[in-house]
Design a binder for this molecule. Structure first.
Ligand code: COA
Length: 166
């Protein structure tokens, strides 16, 4: 495999992004992902980048969002999704996507970059983020999932899937 380039994602990447997200266990649909990529394109606060090469197409992605927070007196960024195709892992693509996220955060002057990962994920056990400069925060995430269940088009995770992304 050649070294993939990292570039902004657009709606035409939707089919390959669907394949990647499905591999992780998300029951996403092409129309929904393409529509979301169009929203990202028109939204100044969200970013999606892919790692892709000519021969294999999209091998990985990182998506980010940001919002201003009063208590930080600045903008905080979140890595919403970071994923690499199973057959392309352990080649440094995840590391490069993470560096892209850090670069974007620095360039935009964000005061914090964070991500939420399920405790049981391999990436949590392997200390992937800790060994790349991230500290673990002692926090719990509370969700009001009523919104998800009342939105028929929103993909929801099957609770028992071992490959849950967040
Ligand atoms: C986390 C993830 C993005 C890393 O991608 P990657 O391209 O494999 O990352 P790199 O090659 O840069 O580094 C791989 C790390 O995993 C370890 N690793 C080794 N073999 C591996 C394998 N077959 N699969 C996964 N990780 C492996 C490496 O040791 C390395 O960690 P280290 O350098 O700290 O030792 C990828 O494993 C993934 O998509 N996981 C599922 C989704 C997820 O958990 N995302 C993060 C939360 S949002």
């Amino acid at each position: 495999m050649t070294t993939p380039v990292i570039r902004s994602a657009g709606p035409t990447d939707a089919p390959e992004i669907v394949t990647l997200l499905r591999e992780l266990g998300y029951p996403v649909e092409l129309d929904g992902v393409a529509a979301t990529l169009r929203q990202v394109r028109d939204d100044g606060g969200t970013f999606v980048a892919v790692a892709a090469d000519e021969a294999h197409g999209v091998l990985g992605l990182v998506s980010l969002s940001c919002r201003p927070l009063l208590r930080l007196q600045g903008v905080a960024g979140t890595i919403e999704e970071l994923a690499v195709r199973r057959d392309a892992r352990a080649r440094g693509i995840g590391e490069r996507l993470l560096r892209y996220a850090k670069g974007l955060a620095s360039e935009r002057g964000w005061v914090r970059l964070e991500t939420t990962v399920a405790r049981r994920r391999d990436v949590t056990r392997s200390g992937f983020f800790e060994s790349r400069g991230f500290g673990a925060a002692d926090r719990l995430t509370y969700r009001w999932s009523r919104l998800e269940s009342s939105h028929p088009a929103l993909p929801t995770l099957e609770p028992a899937r071992p490959r849950e992304l967040v």
